[in-house]
Ligand binder design. Structure first.
Ligand SMILES: *[C@@H]1O[C@H](CO)[C@@H](O)[C@H](O)[C@H]1NC(C)=O
Ligand SMILES: *[C@@H]1O[C@H](CO)[C@@H](O)[C@H](O)[C@H]1NC(C)=O
Length: 471
């Protein structure tokens, strides 16, 4: 491009930036927007946000703004003006007014890759029906009577193959993928599921790219992988339409009076596989990491699980619901891991109309981010909020109003349907893991929070089976 063109472009850019700046200042005064700063033109504060969440201590990004402006503030990230809430009451208001005042809003990459018939993108009455259908496949009575046995069996099956050095994050992903495939369509793990899983990895990598195939090879690869996954799932759906009826999620979708098309069913299952796969495996890995770094908690957890095993005698004997219910300290570990790790750190929504809250206006069309993380890590709500301390859940004080300040699974109409299932999976995994292996980290590894919560090196550990020496 000739230099003569760049100079006018530069002036144009400066001019529009100045205009934008003045308009925003005007907006702030007229509408009583929450206070805040929009940062640089166009990029806003996106770079500060990303660099904070790419570190193992992202808290300063929100802390600084909360200190300056209060728990509801305005910023400009990912190309849009966004109201951040670090306030539990406001977060609850946002969750409870889903579909009335706020609607969900995801980046183009995620909605393209998940597909429009996924639970995440559905709205209104259809969402309500599908949400409760999903819940009815993951509620506690179903887990107790049907799923627990498979969960226990598939976790044991996966643990069998561990020797020496394992990447815990990878192994946990295999487990959660196998479990989800089993639950959705009754398949046991094998070559088919492992091939499918490899494609899934590519799809998920595409979630946080620019959804423009020309610019991003990762996105191109993700689109291709999505097509392959959809083809594989479509085949299964077609077979099952003709073949036998089974009591699984796919069976329920096929039997539903809604007469869903193949495409609808495939989108729906494809997205549930993402949901079941990513989050639970991360929480499994982080629980082990936190426990490794908190030896007292690990010792107490081991004792709880050794006692359960001792009562059973044979290590092959399956876990029962009463065993799960007897894991009281484990439940504290589960809650504390969810609180500190915040796999879903918060949710983006869009204001459907001008909304007045706490004396401010959120203008129609603006983005809102309800930060659960900011609440979970706020010392006003949890003492020593930034340390992993499972014992806090033993005292009543912390749990007096957990519904308001503790929302690891969100809430309202979009409450995570897998909230109970993921707790059970994590508990059974911890049971089998600590009774079978001892381990130590093979390398230093740290947690990062962008684009998703994960450890940088997939948490490599060296495992040794407990009591093997005796053989
Ligand atoms: C769980 O869902 C099943 C249907 O799948 C239903 O019959 C049962 O009542 C539900 N149980 C609970 C505790 O909600
Ligand atoms: C864990 O958190 C849930 C809320 O999600 C609460 O109902 C439960 O009592 C907590 N468990 C313990 C052991 O405090």
């Amino acid at each position: 491009m000739a230099i003569s063109m760049i100079i006018p472009l530069f002036f144009l850019f400066t001019f529009f930036s100045a205009l934008l700046f003045l308009r925003r200042r005007h907006l702030h005064r007229r509408l009583r927007l929450p206070p805040g700063s929009f940062g640089l033109p166009f990029v806003g504060e996106t770079l500060q946000l990303i660099s904070a969440y790419k570190s193992d201590n992202p808290e300063p990004f929100i802390d600084q703004r909360v200190n300056r402006y209060g728990p509801i503030f305005t910023t400009h990230v990912f190309g849009e003006s966004t109201v951040f809430s670090a306030d539990p009451e406001t977060n609850r208001f946002i969750l409870m007014n889903e579909g009335k005042l706020f609607e969900c809003s995801y980046p183009g990459s995620i909605s393209n890759l998940l597909g429009k018939h996924s639970l995440l993108l559905m709205k209104g009455a259809l969402h309500k029906r599908m949400h409760s259908l999903t819940m009815s496949f993951a509620n506690s009575s179903i887990i107790k009577d049907h799923l627990l046995l498979d969960i226990d069996r598939l976790i044991r099956f996966n643990l069998d193959s561990w020797t020496d050095r394992v990447f815990l994050m990878d192994e946990a992903k295999k487990i959660t993928f196998d479990l989800t495939v089993k639950q959705l369509m009754s398949f046991d793990p094998g070559e088919w599921s492992e091939t499918l899983r490899k494609e899934y990895v590519l799809v998920i990598e595409g979630f946080f790219t620019l959804p423009i195939p020309l610019f991003s090879t990762t996105y191109r690869r993700a689109i291709k992988a999505r097509r392959k996954v959809a083809e594989a799932l479509t085949l299964i759906v077609r077979q099952r339409r003709k073949g036998e009826k089974k009591n699984d999620m796919l069976g329920a979708l096929l039997a539903s009076g809604d007469h869903f098309s193949d495409e609808q069913i495939v989108d729906f299952m494809l997205a549930l596989l993402v949901a079941g796969y990513e989050t639970t495996s991360t929480i499994m890995t982080l629980a082990v990491k936190f426990l490794t770094e908190t030896p007292l908690a690990l010792a107490q957890l081991k004792e709880e699980h050794d006692q359960i095993r001792a009562k059973k005698g044979n290590p092959e004997e399956p876990l029962e619901w009463t065993d799960y219910k007897s894991m009281t300290f484990t439940q504290c570990v589960v809650n504390e891991t969810l609180r500190v790790a915040n796999i879903i750190g918060g949710i983006f929504r869009r204001a459907m109309t001008d909304i007045n809250i706490k004396g401010y206006t959120i203008p129609k069309g603006w983005k809102v981010f309800a930060s659960f993380r900011a609440v979970h890590l706020n010392p006003d709500h949890f003492k020593d909020a930034r340390t992993f301390n499972p014992w806090r859940w033993q005292s009543n004080s912390e749990t007096s109003s957990p519904g308001n300040v503790y929302t690891p699974f969100g809430g309202g109409p979009r409450l995570c349907p897998g909230y109970e299932l993921s707790r059970v999976v994590l508990s059974v995994f911890l049971h089998r893991f600590v009774t079978r292996y001892s381990w130590f980290p093979a390398e230093e590894d740290k947690i990062v929070f962008f684009p998703t919560t994960r450890t940088q090196k997939k948490y490599p550990i060296l495992v040794k089976c407990r009591g093997c020496q005796a053989k």
